[in-house]
Design a protein around this ligand. Structure first.
Ligand SMILES: Cc1cc2nc3c(=O)[nH]c(=O)nc-3n(C[C@H](O)[C@H](O)[C@H](O)COP(=O)(O)OP(=O)(O)OC[C@H]3O[C@@H](n4cnc5c(N)ncnc54)[C@H](O)[C@@H]3O)c2cc1C
Length: 498
């Protein structure tokens, strides 16, 4: 096991607090589950739930626990863990603050492991937010310019998260009440500081959506997508809080765990609204107040690594879609028809575009002002991700057609009176009814049922409003002027040879 060569190692161990009852370092599954037994106030379908025991939450919790266990497997540990050189503990490479190419390569290998092990289905896999915290750490010097305490808090929080392998959620969006109104009319539109003292701040308001919230240890709040909130200092408050903080309520959407043990139960990471009912945040967990400009600049800075790992996860999701689409086609003997191979080729092209994009973005890595190595911009991939994903679902629906709904259930398969009929009429080409129905039901989970529709919503909206993402890409495209000059030359009949 190697030690990190990053610049994030200059802090003495004994200053980093550990979660009560734990010895720190990368989680194992059972320790992670035990760590969620706290006073958090999680609500789902009108009931306050214990996420460690509730049937609607338990399948996903087992999935996460399995992923945390997997990071210790002998054939993976070298790619997922390293020894913290401040404490000597085995910590996750998700929290590595990369100082050089070698670090960056190890970081991405770890992200691929996380995403591959969950088939790209967990959009807010813990690896995502760990990388936002790396971004916060990288931005600490700019925060220190606003207030030295903010810079120190960001640095300490990074160490705290890394040494405890914290699972984080974030909630940037604001409640969808009335987008045509402003906080001047309705202060509840934005999360705000209502009291402050030398000890800390009291915040009031809500955030929508925080994926993974019921399974997280802490929430990180750092920016609103709304310009009027970004520009108003009273709404600029960056902080972290444990999910079990008094006054913080987690309102979950309906659980997709239907008892079938299918994809939707195992990978239902949940989405929640977070309500802050006068929640006290101690000053050492506050990273920025009042300074709109530092907040707006910081948004891009915090997301440098997480957006890349988000694309890694997305790549594995597209690969899963391709695998499923291909097996569907084979199962019903349409895999050689030109119309179908055209669709499969189109889906393959999306997988390849993202793979090549990731390689190019990695190749464009650069050194940040704090001395870390960051990947290039993911903006172009972010701008098309929702469209590729929607098209991928369409392709699965086009190939699977009626079979996506007309399949026997596991109960049907186990019913002896039905067996002969199922074997005769519901099998596929050289495929048993059992194999065929399982792959078709998986396809329905991905592209027809509410789990799949939620994934599609996620791919479209998780990077913020896609119209804004594309508009920014155009506005910031560095070669735009040259494109325009060439277009003008062509229009005016000039060419390179004259
Ligand atoms: C499944 C899922 C998971 C998510 N997980 C997270 C998460 O973990 N953390 C997190 O922070 N966020 C998360 N998001 C939230 C995501 O960031 C928001 O969905 C996104 O910012 C868009 O905001 P909104 O959904 O409130 O849509 P709205 O802002 O309400 O937009 C609704 C419609 O109005 C249009 N519109 C709104 N305002 C304007 C305007 N000023 N000008 C022009 N058109 C406008 C939009 O284009 C859109 O068509 C998640 C979203 C989804 C769907």
């Amino acid at each position: 096991m190697t030690t990190t060569g990053s610049t994030a190692s200059d802090k003495p161990t004994d200053e980093t607090a550990l979660l009560p009852g734990t010895s720190g370092g990368a989680w194992r599954g059972n320790e992670y589950i035990a760590s969620l037994k706290d006073e958090r106030e999680v609500w789902c379908e009108g009931r306050r739930v214990d996420v460690t025991g509730d049937p609607g939450f338990r399948p996903m919790l087992s999935t996460l626990a399995g992923l945390y266990d997997a990071q210790h497997l002998p054939d993976r540990a070298d790619e997922m863990l390293h020894r913290s050189d401040s404490s000597g503990r085995l910590v996750s490479l998700s929290y590595l603050a990369p100082a050089d190419r070698d670090d960056l390569g190890r970081k991405w290998a770890n992200s691929h492991r996380w995403a591959e092990a969950s088939y790209g289905q967990l959009s807010r896999i813990p690896d995502f937010m760990s990388n936002v915290v790396v971004g916060l750490y990288d931005y600490r010097f700019e925060l220190a310019q606003v207030d030295p305490e903010f810079g120190r808090n960001a640095e300490n929080y990074y160490h705290y998260c890394r040494e405890n392998d914290l699972t984080l959620t974030h909630g940037l969006g604001d409640p969808q009440i009335d987008r045509s109104s402003t906080p001047a009319d309705r202060p509840e539109l934005g999360l705000r500081v209502v009291r402050r003292s030398a000890d800390g701040i009291v915040v009031r308001g809500a955030k929508q959506i925080a994926t993974l919230a019921p399974y997280a240890h802490e929430v990180l709040i750092y920016l609103s997508p709304a310009n009027y909130l970004r520009e108003d200092p009273s709404y600029v408050c960056w902080f972290a809080a444990p999910l079990a903080t008094p006054g913080l309520r987690v309102l979950c959407r309906t659980s997709y765990a239907d008892g079938s043990g299918g994809l939707s139960a195992r990978y239902d990471e949940q989405d929640a609204m977070l309500v802050f009912d006068d929640v006290f945040i101690p000053m050492d967990r506050v990273f920025l107040l009042d300074d709109s400009q530092a907040a707006v600049r910081g948004f891009g800075e915090l997301n440098k690594w997480s957006l890349y790992t988000g694309q890694v996860r997305y790549y594995h999701r597209l690969r899963t879609m391709l695998g499923v689409a291909s097996l569907l086609a084979q199962a019903i003997g349409v895999d050689k028809f030109r119309q179908v191979t055209d669709l499969l080729g189109e889906l393959t092209s999306y997988v390849e575009i993202v793979r090549l994009g990731l390689a190019a973005i990695d190749a464009e890595c650069w050194t940040t002002s704090s001395g870390l190595l960051a990947p290039g911009s993911t903006a172009a991939l972010d701008a098309v991700a929702g469209r590729f994903s929607t098209r991928g679902s369409e392709i699965i629906r086009q190939i699977g057609a009626s079979g996506l709904i007309m399949q026997p259930s596991e109960a049907d398969l186990g019913t002896s009176e039905l067996r002969a009929v199922l074997d005769t009429y519901m099998c596929g080409r050289e495929t048993s009814v059992d194999d065929k129905s399982r792959i078709f039901r998986l396809a329905a989970d991905l592209a027809v049922d509410r789990f799949g529709m939620r994934q599609e919503l996620y791919e479209t909206w998780n990077r913020g409003d896609p119209a804004r993402v594309r508009s920014m890409l155009y506005a910031r495209y560095p070669d735009l002027q040259r494109c325009e000059i060439q277009a003008r030359d062509l229009a005016e009949g000039r060419n390179d040879t004259t």
